[in-house]
Design a protein around this ligand. Structure first.
Ligand SMILES: Cc1ncc(COP(=O)(O)O)c(C=O)c1O
Length: 384
């Protein structure tokens, strides 16, 4: 299969990740515990190593500020539900994935908070528009770093400055940027960074992380409480980071794999990985430019793009049908529809059918993209 659905989860993983999953599962798959037996302590040490790796890669303040989560959705929920209080105002944008939109909308519908959704233009949100949406009641600005529909990278450094100046907290959804766009937490005032381990960092599914910066201290509530492998006599969740936010047995196996994924990405560098993917997308953009009925969604700028791109399809060829034909007849995996981000599709005029999204990876070749485009041409010719 030609797998062009890496924005959902990356496949394949680097060989080192598969090897570590096998090795760890056979030899070290114990439940971590700070005062436990050697295997438990070894598992704890592995978690610690991965926290260090994340902290180094994203230049955070300290390894214990990295909270392991199940995925990016889990991290975003932990941040939003842990921070927002009754009476607060929250700013978000029309590019958001439902993992930001739904928790905020649910709080709003329950009458607890108010929110403002900033509108993007051509796939980009302007920092001035976010700044203008902030009110004295705004406690949180939550936005995606790169659109999962359009692949456009947002000006989060400028937004971060505006949010900091206004005194609110800034939550960044790095689902599509972690591993391909450098993020420097020392240089950019991001308070909460949510990321999946299973996309651009090449860990398995079931991995993710939330970075909690110093301004969050004392303000975030644990939304999941339980055993932490230590301080068992305490009636309440121990306040020590990272355990405060990490109740329950962690996904040690997945995180062992994630450690190898981060090392693989760090060795190559996010820029090189992004450029490879964007180079492949350029082939698609050029093809769409000379093919009738096909149109790239959002403004194409290879300098501010990650490896995801959506296409408007010719009349009479709904994205769902195209994706099914690509899958069954051509053995090509893409993602049609709304991509869990309905508001941007309303903005683009592609609601409710959505668009056809492809998302290559560092393992995708130019020849595979040529096969994909050949398949699209063939399908289109068959319908014309
Ligand atoms: C922009 C964005 N945010 C959040 C998520 C949710 O990530 P996860 O699948 O890790 O829960 C996704 C998933 O595709 C995404 O693209």
């Amino acid at each position: 299969m030609i797998y062009l659905d890496n924005a959902a989860t990356s496949f394949p993983k680097p060989e080192a990740v598969y090897q570590e999953l096998d090795r760890f599962a056979r030899r070290s798959l114990a439940n971590p515990g700070r005062a436990g037996h050697r295997m438990a302590m070894a598992a704890e040490k592995m978690l610690d190593d991965v926290r260090h790796a994340l902290n180094q890669f994203f230049r955070g303040e300290a390894p214990d500020r990295w909270i392991f989560t199940l995925n990016c959705t889990d991290a975003l929920n932990m941040a939003i539900k842990g921070i927002v209080q009754e009476g607060d105002h929250v700013v978000l944008t029309d590019l958001e994935h439902n993992s930001i939109s739904r928790p905020i909308r649910a709080l709003e519908k329950a009458g607890k908070i108010t929110s403002t959704r900033v509108v993007s233009r051509d796939g980009y949100v302007a920092a001035e528009d976010v700044a203008a949406a902030i009110t004295p009641k705004t406690t949180l600005v939550a936005m995606t770093h790169a659109s999962n529909v359009l692949g456009t990278v947002q000006p989060i450094a400028a937004v971060a400055q505006a949010v900091r100046a206004a005194g609110a907290l800034f939550l960044v959804d790095a689902a599509q940027s972690a591993g391909v766009v450098p993020i420097d937490l020392k240089a950019t005032p991001i308070d909460l960074l949510a990321l999946p381990g299973h996309k651009g960092l090449y860990g398995p599914t079931g991995t993710g992380a939330l970075y909690v910066g110093p301004r969050v201290d004392g303000r975030i509530r644990a939304w999941r409480e339980g055993g932490t492998g230590g301080d068992s006599s305490s009636e309440l969740q121990p306040t020590l980071r990272p355990y405060f936010l990490e109740g329950g047995s962690p996904n040690v196996l997945g995180l062992a794999g994630l450690g190898k994924g981060i090392a693989w990405v760090a060795e190559r560098g996010p820029d090189a990985l992004r450029k490879h993917e964007v180079g492949l997308l350029q082939q698609v953009v050029d093809w769409a430019g000379r093919s009738e009925g096909w149109r790239v969604a959002g403004r194409w700028d290879p300098e501010t793009h990650v490896g995801a791109l959506s296409l408007f399809t010719p009349d009479g060829l709904p994205p769902q049908d195209l994706a099914a034909i690509l899958d069954v007849t051509f053995d090509i995996a893409v993602r049609p529809g709304l991509h869990c981000a309905p508001y941007i599709h309303r903005n683009l005029g592609s609601f409710p059918d959505g668009l056809l999204r492809l998302s290559p990876s560092p393992f995708t070749t130019s020849d595979e993209i040529a096969q994909f485009l050949g398949a699209l041409s063939e399908i289109t010719a068959g319908v014309a």
